[in-house]
Design a protein around this ligand. Structure first.
Ligand code: GLN
Length: 540
């Protein structure tokens, strides 16, 4: 029998970047830890069909799901907190919605009617909001943007209508706002929250819970004032203070009994909350026994969200290894043979990041050479792995002109398009996206020891591949291929067995690292970096 799903609409007010994604994930986790099945959907009001074409500086990381959708990075938070895999249907943009409606109109499916935002666009939004109806106990719908934005309007209208369609007691609105502290007045100010709730109400949405981001405790007085002016009972006005780690937010909400409030308002009877494992995990993040410094070498380091999942995967792996991972962000564009020593001084391991285009490549290659020669743990992801292949080709296999066809076409394209991709001229058509199986071919490899399994699935987002024409020459120079596609055609993992830890992967392991359990390769990499740190300190 299908379940009756309950819905939680999460909206944001006052300003962006308040952490709606973390709030949604945290509420989801609390409900999951009360024995309920939960999923989260993100609705983005921008016109791009997906963020795949956006610059990381505009949008941060593009998160790829198993089914190959290029999505908003909040989906990464949902997966990490809830340990549930997301799919295409978990992220919808205004671009997708309009695209669908316009195509339907062109096919004549509206039978001569005037096609309008209401009801046609809103109906399509509602259809998508009900994609998981009956599948989960609770469906959390996060609406991107800030209430009052012109582009958010059809999405808020769809929430209002869906609330009505679902019937009383089957959905609630949780509104995330900001309560600034004004230093000169020495006061927390509630007015922005009042205005934001007023705007929400203009759209016919009454908040059931207010999550108030603030730098300091609100206190009873402020909460009751906000409650009174915003028509929300006092206990449902919940402060959301800055946390030491984002993984602590669920416990902060639990202290305010947010899970109980939500269950009560939705008429859900659920088990008692159990956050024991989660609390052990956050305690390890907050009070680790050791520390380790890892360089993250990439070209988008000025905007940390570009490498969101890598940063989180390192935190998970640190918690499992009982170590604080200090990330040193290193801009590959300023790395040269001369600056290397000072930029990488004191690091215990380095991760060379994914990316597109030739900027910063020479810096990455110089760094990899340094890491290889100094025996410092190296983890190359996607473009980082491709750079390792180029570095080995240039410096160990006697091919000084070796490069990727992405940067320059020549006779030494050790990274290239596969023959069947060469004919396709439309870039969008050639990306390998989503989950693919990989077989680990060598039981002695670092990869096999980490995964403890001969077959794995990992997610991809790239166009170029290891060129098999050079495989023999590179293997003769010391590189080993330790993971391939099941047919052996696509090289997925390369290693240097003579090095303490030198692993490059064509896929994106960071996208599958979940809180509490982490990812085998990241766990192994952090562990190797800790060992390297110890060997360095015993030498000095
Ligand atoms: N630019 C490379 C490719 O397209 C690597 C992509 C990546 O690092 N995600 O193959």
């Amino acid at each position: 029998m299908p379940k009756t799903s309950k819905y939680i609409f999460i909206t944001g007010g006052v300003l962006s970047s308040l952490g709606k994604g973390i709030a949604s994930s945290s509420i989801g986790l609390l409900l999951k830890q009360r024995g309920l099945s939960v999923t989260v959907q993100k609705f983005d009001p921008y016109i791009n069909v997906d963020p795949g074409t956006m610059n990381p500086y505009q949008h941060g990381e593009v998160y790829v799901t198993d089914d190959g959708a290029e999505t908003d990075l909040d989906l990464g938070h949902y997966e990490r907190y809830l340990d549930v895999s997301m799919s295409k249907a978990n992220n919808a943009t205004a671009g997708q919605v309009y695209n669908e409606v316009i195509q339907r109109e062109r096919r004549g499916e509206y039978l001569g009617k005037t096609v309008q935002v209401i009801p046609h666009i809103t109906d399509e939004i509602k259809r998508r909001m009900r994609a998981f109806d009956g599948v989960y106990d609770v469906i959390i719908i996060e609406v991107g943007g800030t209430v009052g934005d012109i582009e958010s309007l059809p999405f808020l209208e769809a929430c209002r209508q869906l609330h009505l369609d679902l019937g009383r007691g089957n959905s609630i609105n949780v509104h995330l706002t900001y309560v600034p502290y004004i230093r000169s007045a020495g006061e927390l100010k509630t007015k922005p929250t009042q205005h934001s709730v007023k705007t929400l109400m203009e759209f016919g949405i009454m908040p059931d819970v207010l999550l108030c981001r603030a730098e300091m405790k609100l206190g009873r007085e402020i909460r009751s004032k906000i409650g009174l002016f915003c028509n929300v009972e006092e206990r449902s006005v919940i402060e959301a203070l800055d946390a030491e780690t984002i993984y602590e937010v669920p416990q902060m909400f639990a202290k305010r009994e947010l899970d109980a409030i939500v269950c009560e308002k939705l008429g859900i009877r659920a088990k008692a909350l159990n956050l024991d494992t989660w609390t052990r995990f956050t305690n390890r993040i907050k009070h680790p026994r050791e520390e380790v410094t890892i360089a993250l070498i990439g070209k988008y380091i000025k905007y940390k969200d570009s490498y969101k999942s890598i940063g989180e995967a390192l935190i998970h792996a640190g918690a499992i290894n009982n170590a604080r991972v200090n990330v040193r962000w290193v801009d590959s564009e300023i790395l040269t043979e001369q600056t290397l020593a000072s930029e990488l001084d004191g690091i215990d391991g380095a991760l060379v990041a994914p990316g597109f285009g030739s900027r910063g490549i020479e810096g990455k290659l110089a760094a990899i050479k340094w890491l290889r020669e100094s025996g410092t743990p190296f983890f190359g992801i996607c473009l980082g792995m491709q750079c390792a292949v180029i570095e080995i080709a240039r410096n160990l296999a006697g091919m000084p002109q070796a490069t990727s066809a992405e940067f320059r076409k020549n006779k030494f394209n050790v990274i290239d398009l596969m023959p069947d991709q060469q004919k396709v001229t439309n870039k969008g058509g050639t990306m390998r996206l989503g989950s693919y199986p990989c077989v680990l071919t060598n039981q002695r490899s670092k990869a096999f020891k980490a995964y403890k399994s001969a077959t794995i699935d990992e997610r991809h987002r790239h166009r170029y591949e290891f060129n098999n024409d050079f495989r023999a020459a590179l293997e003769a120079a010391g590189l080993t291929v330790t993971g391939t596609s099941p047919d052996g055609r696509l090289v997925e993992i390369i290693e240097l067995p003579s090095h303490p830890w030198f692993v490059g992967v064509q896929f994106h392991p960071e996208l599958k690292s979940r809180a509490v359990t982490g990812h085998p390769l990241f766990i192994s990499f952090v562990k190797a970096s800790m060992a390297h740190r110890k060997s360095l300190s015993s030498r000095s």
